[in-house]
Design a protein around this ligand. Sequence first.
Ligand SMILES: Nc1ncnc2c1ncn2[C@@H]1O[C@H](COP(=O)(O)OP(=O)(O)O)[C@@H](O)[C@H]1O
Ligand SMILES: [Mg+2]
Length: 250
Amino acid sequence: MTSALSVNDLSLNIGGAKILDGITLEVQENETLGIIGPNGAGKTSFFNLLSGLRAPSRGKIFLGEKDITHKAPYERAKLGLARTFQTSSIFPNLTCLENVRIAAQAANNKSLNILKNAYSFPEVVAKAQEGLDQVGLSSRSLQKAGSLSHGDKRRLEIAIILVSNSNVVLLDEPMAGMSVENVPELVEIIRSLKTVHKKTVLIVEHHMEVILGLADRIAVLNYGELLVCDTPANVIANPVVQSAYIGEAL
Ligand SMILES: Nc1ncnc2c1ncn2[C@@H]1O[C@H](COP(=O)(O)OP(=O)(O)O)[C@@H](O)[C@H]1O
Ligand SMILES: [Mg+2]
């Protein structure tokens, strides 16, 4: 097995508080790792360290074999690490196609200048259209991204990931704010990141049924520490996990 992403003793202190403490784990190529834990456990902070928004106080981060601990967020993105945010990674006043086209063009080395004569790169536009098609948004190509429903914005974010040549994808609570009837569709699109597109996926989500349905392994964070990282069945049966979740439905 090949490691897609690994962290060693990863730690974050803010103003004397231990936000993350000595996290060591390895995610394999094409694995889906679910990350769960009570509110404030450090899940989003963990993603902030992985994506480079924050520097760790201690420890190392590797993308494949490469030490990315001190790389800027854009450098990590170029190396194949993608992250979705709640909604902020799309341009609301541009069409869906433009949003995806910009990502496709940025990923295409021959056409780095995203402002230059967009449609002189037909292969980039075709790739963008294919990305929209793969998430079921092709009929919305010319609609402004800001006018999409919440669920369709999430699809658009995934189309952006699909065209961006990224290998490792970080999804922070992708179901947040979705109405329940739209959850199964988004679950299937996220599943396709692994099954169809062969990505490595790290997903933070507090809908347990979503995590259980998608994850190969689940990492449990509690007060900034990694309690356990194991198969879903073993995690559910783990008494330490159950006691961390007292009062919350598992
Ligand atoms: N910029 C910050 N300054 C101080 N404390 C922070 C900051 N960001 C997060 N925290 C604290 O770190 C802990 C973990 O937060 P977070 O990573 O958002 O948890 P989760 O995503 O698991 O809910 C919380 O106690 C939170 O209050
Ligand atoms: Mg969070």
